[in-house]
Design a protein around this ligand. Structure first.
Ligand SMILES: [Zn+2]
Length: 139
């Protein structure tokens, strides 16, 4: 799903895809760029840095832009499928203290085709381990 015409390239060959803009990789890359950090730093180290920069305007702006892009994709999905809830997994849950409440607020404040149909936003129970547990279960 394309959310930005002429956006950044996606691994699928298109530009401006939701999966690129809504990925934690995009957020981490943007944060590392503005903070001049090594993009290979661990998630744990990035969390420590973010915890000390909660009032940093550049950090707030990057997170806000990331969440706005994520909400754009969510709005499109809600307008197509009208889900009651959307579960977000992966490393989003790992960084939930910086992202989750803001995302919930933005989703609730967004405008949808049908009135009052903002979905509940939930964190996936398995968080970042869902992929690896799923691959083990397939064996
Ligand atoms: Zn794509």
């Amino acid at each position: 799903m394309i959310i930005k015409e002429e956006g950044i390239p996606c691994r699928c060959g298109n530009r401006g895809c939701f999966e690129t803009y809504g990925s934690m990789r995009k957020l981490k890359t943007d944060l590392c760029n503005i903070l001049d950090l090594n993009p290979d730093l661990s998630g744990e180290r990035l969390k420590e840095i973010l915890a000390n920069l909660k009032d940093n305007l550049l950090v707030i702006q990057v997170i806000d832009t990331y969440l706005n892009d994520l909400v754009t994709g969510i709005i499109n999905l809600v307008n197509l499928f009208a889900p009651e809830a959307i579960s977000i997994g992966g490393s989003f849950g790992y960084f939930q203290e910086f992202l989750f409440e803001k995302l919930q607020r933005k989703v609730q404040e967004a405008t949808y085709l049908a009135n009052n149909c903002a979905p509940q936003i939930k964190l996936a129970k398995l968080g970042n381990d869902a992929g690896i547990l799923g691959s083990v279960l397939m064996e």
